[in-house]
Design a protein around this ligand. Sequence first.
Ligand SMILES: *Cc1c(COP(=O)(O)O)cnc(C)c1O
Length: 365
Amino acid sequence: MDLYDKYKLKRVINADGKMTILGVSKVSDEVVDAQKLGAQNFFEMSDLLVKTGEYLAHLVGSEDALVVNSASAGIAESLAGIIGQGSQYHVYHPYTDRITKREVILPMGHDVDYGTPVDVMISVAGGKMVPAGYSNMCKPEHLEMQITDQTAAILYIKSHHTVQKSMLTIPEAIEVAHRHNLPLVLDAAAEEDLLKYVKMGADIVIYSGAKAIEGPASGVIFGKEEYIKWARMQGFGIGRAMKIGKENIIGLTAAIAKYLKEGSEYGESMIERLKPFVDNLDQIPNMDVKIVQDGAGRAIYRAEVKPIGDLTAKEICDQLRNGETAIYAREYRVNEGIIEFDIRAVNEIEMYQIVSRLKEIVGGN
Ligand SMILES: *Cc1c(COP(=O)(O)O)cnc(C)c1O
């Protein structure tokens, strides 16, 4: 059976990176096997969430953990839990007037749109966003001056999407939060280190299952026992609309164990795979080609292509996307005339297809 023909879908080569619009990442056979076991068996569901949580917490060294259906759900459910403080009345009346302490302080440069704006998830939780600092800067004192008796939590987004310049660090944000007896909730959705932020002392740390972890569409929150307990309670309230299936609870748990054991593809191996690709790209006329490291300094290497012929980088990317197979290059720098190819989810055959399509576009043979 060919899925693409059956549903009249376009084939996709993802040389862009971990992109939600393309389905984020591919899942390994090992994880699919775990999903299958999950799908084809029964469990006491609340027990499944508690026990997988205990297992995962043990792996990363947090007090507790909870598998959720996305990092977004993780933000909404953990903030809702903090606002409700374990109240059963709150679970059934999440937006009640009886609870007024709903302010969630967020550095202004962290209110990014990752597919939906961060502040939408604060609203779903029943929180009221209070921006701290300015769009280009937030210092510990900016955060601190927004704290009132109505503050429920401080939210920090660790991501390449956010403003990086003149931003307080995570330890600084934790320090401010704890000095005022407030929890620091950290959205680390796409981050690669599952241990670091728990160790730093963040009260809740949230990851997306399908990004660095390469698990199924899901999310996980690690953190302090009480906050995880409160987040888990949301499953009987707003969290019901974000329910995760047993196959993905088991799948993500297996993916995290695998990821912690093996990590993801590291720099050296990526460079090795890039070399023949870059050599082949180099054969195409009117292109400067080289291997470059990720702009944010991660151990990710990509092929950088600078067209010097008649077609601009943007025109080439448009044609790559609009071909019979949709080839998505990384277009972050097309305005500077640069196309990047991220090969984390690209195999040898696909690299060959990219080269031949590029030749067609720029008129090589
Ligand atoms: C991707 C992302 C999310 C959302 O993750 P989902 O699992 O898709 O909900 C949240 N925050 C940041 C910073 C992200 O990059």
